[in-house]
Design a binder for this molecule. Structure first.
Ligand SMILES: [Zn+2]
Length: 140
């Protein structure tokens, strides 16, 4: 469980808060000029960052105020808590290289080339066999 430091109330359990999604998603200046694809991207497309990620949080059972938080999505480390409207602070440079190299090394070992390549070939093999049988069945 996270211990979140509300800017108004201090440190509280994560259960008192609600996650509000990605922070700093700017509302379009003129939404009427957007096509459907651009509007859908504004509404539904969000970053899926591995590492420091700026997100909105609501202290729903406390002061009921929104605030922004910079949190590492890998380590859950809360790097900064700052008010709505404030610019995103820079991520911690000192902690990132140490944990970054460790996590990169772990990723390279856990997601080695053997497992994904065999999965990709099995998917490709099944897809190619399915694609060869499907047209024949469709034409007959
Ligand atoms: Zn609060």
């Amino acid at each position: 469980m996270l211990l979140i430091s509300c800017p108004n109330c201090g440190s509280r359990d994560e259960t008192e808060f609600h996650y509000g999604g990605q922070a700093h998603v700017a509302y379009p200046e003129n939404p009427n000029e957007l096509n459907d694809r651009e509007w859908a991207e504004f509404l539904f497309y969000r970053d899926n960052t591995k590492g420091a990620f700026a997100e909105r949080w609501l202290h729903s059972t406390g002061c009921r105020q929104w605030f922004n938080m910079l949190r590492d999505t890998v380590t859950y480390e809360i790097q900064a808590v700052y008010p709505m409207g404030a610019p995103r602070p820079a991520a911690f440079p000192p902690a990132a290289p140490e944990s970054g190299t460790a996590s990169l090394a772990a990723d390279s070992t856990t997601t080695g080339t053997a497992a994904p390549s065999t999965a990709a070939t099995s998917i490709a093999a099944s897809a190619s066999s399915a694609s060869t049988t499907a047209p024949e069945g469709a034409t007959k």
